[in-house]
Design a protein around this ligand. Structure first.
Ligand SMILES: [Zn+2]
Length: 256
């Protein structure tokens, strides 16, 4: 081959090489472009996925919010917590039902009163209406004839059957603790509670009955509870045992 041919060949070869290089370069760039485009597509696809995800989430949130708002806009729940009426929870035995005699006179109380006093009758206890009625008739008779009271002294009396027995009621003044009679209702537990406690039923009914008096505005909400002995040094009423029990009730002045 002549040198010129070789040169042309070389030039051609170089040219081909250059072309190859160029083509290779182009391909490389094309590949790079394709790679970039693929990457971009991937990114775009990924972006699209993210966008789609975000849109989906927004739609879901909007649906959720719409549901929440729908729920919020629902009518108020018709079921409510009902606190049992303490007045309804207690069985009251009227004066006529236990055989009371009429009072000689009545003195109305200035209502609502600010205090409630606790007593015991210092008699035998009782566990049913006939027993308790017999106790109350004896107490009323003694107080009206021997002690010259107008009526049975207590506003209400409590049997160990858990019944409340009507004495002078919410509206008339009691006759047990002098000046405090016009400031309080007297609740008397039937029995002697120096060493024994009244029944759970009696204690529970007494608390409910006081609460009933508060609900009916016969007693102020911030009333004070006390035992007879606190206002009269001559008596141990309502007995050591019952006194130690009421000293732990709310509204007792030293209650903690
Ligand atoms: Zn008393």
């Amino acid at each position: 081959m002549f040198s010129a041919d070789i040169r042309r060949s070389e030039e051609a070869c170089n040219g081909q090489l250059k072309l190859a290089y160029l083509l290779g370069n182009i391909r490389t760039q094309e590949n790079a472009y394709l790679n970039l485009r693929s990457e971009a597509q991937h990114k775009r696809q990924a972006g699209d996925m993210v966008t789609l995800g975000v849109i989906s989430m927004m739609v879901m949130i909007m649906i959720d919010c719409a549901l929440c708002q729908t729920e919020i806009e629902q009518p108020a729940c018709k079921v409510r917590i009902v606190t049992p009426d303490p007045c309804e929870a207690v069985h009251l035995v009227s004066r006529s039902d236990w055989g009371a005699v009429d009072p000689t006179q009545k003195t109305p109380l200035d209502l609502p009163v600010s205090m409630t006093s606790i007593h015991h009758t210092l008699t035998e206890g009782c566990c049913n209406v006939p027993q308790c009625s017999a106790r109350l008739q004896a107490i009323q008779s003694k107080q009206m004839t021997v002690m010259n009271f107008d009526d049975i002294g207590c506003n209400f009396l409590v049997g160990n059957d858990g019944r409340i027995y009507e004495g002078r009621g919410w509206t008339n003044k009691g006759q047990l603790i002098q000046e405090y009679d016009e400031l309080s209702h007297s609740i008397c537990f039937i029995g002697n509670y120096t060493e024994d406690a009244p029944s759970w039923f009696a204690l529970d009914s007494a608390k409910k009955w006081i609460e009933c008096g508060v609900n009916k505005d016969y007693i102020v909400h911030q009333y004070m509870l006390f035992g007879h002995r606190e206002k009269d040094n001559s008596t141990q009423c309502p007995g050591d045992c019952l006194f130690s029990i009421i000293a732990r009730w709310p509204h007792f002045p030293y209650f903690k």
